[in-house]
Design a protein around this ligand. Structure first.
Ligand SMILES: Cc1cc2nc3c(=O)[nH]c(=O)nc-3n(C[C@H](O)[C@H](O)[C@H](O)COP(=O)(O)O)c2cc1C
Length: 237
């Protein structure tokens, strides 16, 4: 391929995200794309690792969950805000005197087919709360309690390129270690997860994540992909 072919215009053209708009051109996942799962309910859980409840990360996760529901009436959802729980550092072999058992019961429930992990970007990393949460996953490497559940990552940062993808990759690496099935944001945005930009400029735009059209599209796409894969994994073939 020549340099001419490698330029940005060519890339946008060949990937279908040219002048018609970045969100146009690709068919999003539709309800008709997934197999019917009878009356079996499949739950999608979103974990919010923000230190601020109900703010941009939680809002974006709820958007993803609402989008997941559009895939099938059999999809149920739940948003878990880690700030509602007391979490202590997990010591290998130790018994943490915290609330983790409550969250463990929710996420390892066989009815849960997919989990979305949402974190704000803090100093180019995931939040300490999300890290503390994931550090409780040691037993899953042996008991497989999260194995074959679909997983996706959603990250929110204050800068356009504030570390969203790096944080997503970091969370994904941990989830692959407990045998989760990673999914991205699917069509039409088509990247490795949901990446949002909290582009607050003043009091009128402060923490209004819905202003990030592309980021919201990645959140909605991720919700649909998680639902699609969770339904497929729950359907006996
Ligand atoms: C301690 C701290 C560190 C942050 N570090 C970054 C950063 O490295 N890059 C960035 O783009 N935004 C950074 N931000 C901005 C947040 O990622 C952003 O405001 C995000 O929307 C917060 O999520 P929330 O609304 O769920 O609290 C930081 C915010 C805080 C509080």
């Amino acid at each position: 391929m020549t340099n001419k072919n490698l330029n940005r215009r060519h890339f946008l053209g060949t990937t279908g995200i040219a002048t018609a708009g970045i969100l146009a051109g690709a068919k999003p996942v539709q309800a008709a794309d997934v197999p019917a799962s009878g009356n079996k309910k499949v739950r999608i859980v979103a974990i919010c690792g923000s230190h601020r409840k109900g703010k941009t990360t939680a809002t974006a996760l709820q958007m993803a969950l609402d989008s997941a529901k559009t895939i099938s009436p059999n999809i149920e959802t739940e948003l878990i805000e880690l700030m509602d729980y007391k979490l202590e550092p997990a010591v290998p072999g130790g018994t943490a005197m915290d609330d983790y058992d409550k969250i463990n019961a929710k996420i390892t429930d066989p009815a849960v087919g997919g989990i979305i992990f949402g974190s704000p970007v803090y100093f180019s990393n995931m939040s300490s709360l999300m890290k503390m949460f994931i550090e409780h996953f040691g037993p899953y490497k042996k008991n497989g309690a999260l194995s074959n559940k679909a997983a996706g990552v959603l990250t929110v940062a204050g800068a356009r390129n504030g570390g969203q993808e790096a944080v997503g990759q970091s969370i994904m690496a941990a989830l692959l270690g407990v045998e989760m099935i990673m999914v991205g944001d699917g069509r039409p945005t088509g990247h490795s997860g949901a990446t949002l930009w909290n582009n607050s400029k003043d009091e009128t735009t402060k923490d209004n994540i819905t202003l990030d059209e592309f980021g919201c599209a990645t959140a909605k796409g991720l919700g649909k992909r998680i639902a699609e894969v969770a339904l497929r994994m729950s359907t006996k073939v």
